[in-house]
Design a protein around this ligand. Structure first.
Ligand SMILES: *Cc1c(COP(=O)(O)O)cnc(C)c1O
Length: 306
């Protein structure tokens, strides 16, 4: 039950709730699509966020820091997960948030603030230069986690997500959503030489993404990565009705809830690629459900049935 423990400081995440759910989708073509339900491990520190954070937190605690600082936008799952993990591990937290403060906080930031995170708003312009922000906000007790958990420790944690999938060596493909690229880098490092890793980008025109993923991965693995930039639906967090309709249908047919930023687009892509005969008979596909459902709370009520 409690998987993270350091000097008696605990974060309660129930990773044993993670499970494999096989989709009905693909069955008629003899294509097995298994979803790794990491959305189930915790309502706030859900999915990949826990895995990406854990080695940073361990490093911070080990080195005696008492406060965690990180970066993110108003709808950042990483920010709220950091706030929650810090509150459970009795660490102080501060979030440097992109953009000016609006009169009403987003649901995500409101939750982060309830969890004790101090929020500091940074203009979009100033936010471009994280080094200067860190320089201007130095504090001896403060440990910095990069935006989105991007970095070697984040990727190392993400590689551990594969441990939650029994016999993961049997899969031919592993598919996951991409934001910062940290998770896909970890999956690439943690997977085996016969496996193809497919990343579905949630951002439009992110031309530096490949470089960023490669910076966290071994060269011998690079040829196994396929980056797909066709399913961003207009850009990060954009969610036209076509996407919401798909998410509703997917819930009805498979009973899997998805989020508007990452996993809705991910499963839309899986469905579309399947119908375009991208996958072959006999393929065994592992799709990582990376969580993020709290982001749906910023939608108007009753937009989604789950
Ligand atoms: C943050 C997030 C991602 C993106 O992960 P990266 O490591 O930043 O690429 C994907 N899915 C969900 C649900 C997330 O919250």
């Amino acid at each position: 039950m409690i998987i993270f423990k350091f000097n008696s400081i605990k974060v309660q995440i129930n990773t044993s709730l993670a499970r494999i759910q096989t989709l009905i989708l693909g069955m008629d073509r003899n294509i097995q699509i298994d979803v790794l339900r990491l959305d189930l491990i915790h309502p706030i520190i859900s999915g990949n966020k826990w895995y990406k954070l854990k080695y940073y937190l361990e490093d911070a605690l080990h080195r005696g820091f008492t406060e965690i600082a990180s970066f993110g936008g108003a709808y950042s799952n990483h920010i709220v997960a950091t706030a929650c993990a810090c509150s459970e591990s009795k660490l102080k937290s501060i979030g440097f948030i992109r953009g000016d403060q609006t009169t009403e906080l987003s649901h995500t930031l409101h939750t982060a603030s309830l969890l004790g995170m101090q929020l500091q708003f940074i203009t979009r312009e100033a936010y471009q230069n994280k080094k200067i922000i860190m320089e201007n906000n130095k504090h001896p007790n403060r440990y910095w986690i990069p935006e989105g958990g991007y970095g070697l420790l984040g990727a190392k944690g993400a590689a551990g997500m594969l441990d939650e999938a029994p016999s993961f060596e049997n899969y031919t493909h592993i598919v996951a959503a991409i934001g910062s690229g940290t998770m896909i880098a970890g999956l690439l490092n943690g997977s085996l030489q016969h496996q193809t890793i497919i990343g579905i980008s949630s951002l439009k025109n992110n031309s530096s993404l490949e470089k960023e993923v490669f910076a966290l991965t071994e060269i011998k693995n690079h040829h196994r990565l396929v980056m797909n930039h066709h399913y961003h639906f207009g850009g990060f967090a954009k969610h036209p009705s076509e996407l919401l309709d798909f998410m509703n249908e997917f819930w009805e047919s498979e009973s899997i809830p998805t989020d508007i930023v990452y996993t809705g687009k991910l499963f839309f892509a899986i469905n579309d690629l399947l119908h375009k005969n991208y996958f072959k008979e006999g393929d065994k596909i592992l799709v990582v459900h990376s969580g993020g459902l709290q982001g749906n709370l910023s939608l108007p009520e009753k937009s989604l049935p789950f």
